[in-house]
Ligand binder design. Structure first.
Ligand code: PGA
Length: 248
C-alpha cells in the first residue's frame, strides 16, 4: 500500500517572514492528516520554515539541487547544504526549470543521482508540453523522461523515488488533465518503471499528479489507482486550500 504524498511547491513566492506566517497557518490544519505532507519553500526560507515545523510531521523539501559537491556553480545549492538546513526531499526537473533554466534530462539524472546518494528523496517532475500531447508523444515522452532520470539507480533506490507527472499545459493555467487521463499517464509511467526495474519496484514508487490540483479536483484525482499524491503549486500558497487537498 503506497502512502499518499502531498507536496506544496511554493515556487518563487514568500519572504522568510511570509513563509513562516504561511506554515504557521498550515500546521494546525494538516496535523491530523494521514498523508505525507511536504512543503518546498524557496532556498532563503528553508531554515525559517524548518524551525517552524520542528515537532510536526511536515517535512521540508527544496526546489532544486546541484549535482556537484561544491565549487564554482554560482546560484546553485549542494545536497549537503540542503541536508544541513533540514531538507529531506527535493524537487528535481520541474518544467519551469526545464523551460527557463536549461534543465535537461541529463542534468535531471545527475541531480537525481546526487540527491539519492546523499539520502534526499527526489520528487522528479516529468510531463509533456501541449504541442507534444497534440503530436501524440505524451506516453513515449513521459516514459523516456522517467527512465532517463532514474538511470544509474538500483531497483532498491528507485522504490523510494517520487515521480510527479505534471502535464506542462496544466501548470498554473487552471486546466487539469481529466482524472482518467492523469491516471492513465501515471499508469504508463509505472509500466515503464516495471519494464526497467520489475513490477515489485514499480508498485512501490509513488507517482504524484501536478497541474492545477486544488480542493475541487483533489479527491477525484487522488481516488485513482495510479495517482498517489499531488505536487501543488498555486493552491499550496493558501493554507485552507492546501489543507483541503491534504484532506482530500
Ligand atoms: P499549479 O503548479 O498547481 O499552480 O498548477 C503545480 C506545479 O508546478 O508543481
Amino acid at each position: 500500500m503506497r502512502k499518499p504524498i502531498i507536496a506544496g511547491n511554493w515556487k518563487m513566492n514568500k519572504t522568510p517572514q511570509e513563509a513562516v506566517e504561511l506554515i504557521n497557518q498550515i500546521k494546525p490544519l494538516v496535523a491530523s492528516s494521514s498523508c505525507e505532507v511536504i512543503v518546498c519553500p524557496t532556498a532563503v526560507c528553508l531554515t525559517a520554515v524548518k524551525d517552524a515545523i520542528v515537532g510536526t510531521s511536515i517535512q521540508l523539501g527544496a526546489q532544486n539541487v546541484h549535482f556537484a559537491a561544491s565549487g564554482a556553480y554560482t546560484g546553485e545549492l549542494s545536497v549537503d547544504m540542503l541536508k544541513a538546513v533540514g531538507c529531506t526531499h527535493v524537487i528535481i526537473g520541474h518544467s519551469e526549470r526545464r523551460q527557463y533554466f536549461g534543465e535537461t534530462d541529463k542534468t535531471v539524472n545527475l541531480r537525481t543521482l546526487a540527491a539519492v546518494a546523499a539520502g534526499l528523496i527526489p520528487l522528479i517532475c516529468v510531463g509533456e508540453l501541449l504541442s507534444e500531447r497534440e503530436a501524440g508523444y505524451t506516453d513515449t515522452l513521459c516514459a523516456y523522461q522517467t527512465l532517463t532520470a532514474l538511470t544509474g539507480l538500483t531497483g532498491k533506490q528507485v522504490e523510494d523515488i517520487v515521480i510527479a507527472y505534471e502535464p506542462v499545459w496544466a501548470i498554473g493555467t487552471g486546466k487539469t488533465a481529466t482524472a482518467e487521463e492523469a491516471d492513465r499517464v501515471c499508469g504508463v509511467i509505472r509500466t515503464a518503471i516495471a519494464g526497467a526495474y520489475g513490477k515489485d519496484v514499480a508498485e512501490k514508487v509513488r507517482i504524484q499528479y501536478g497541474g492545477s490540483m486544488n480542493p475541487s479536483n483533489a479527491s477525484e484525482l487522488m481516488g485513482k489507482d495510479n495517482i498517489d499524491g499531488g505536487l501543488i503549486g498555486s493552491a499550496s500558497l493558501i493554507a485552507e486550500d492546501f489543507s483541503k487537498v491534504v484532506h482530500y
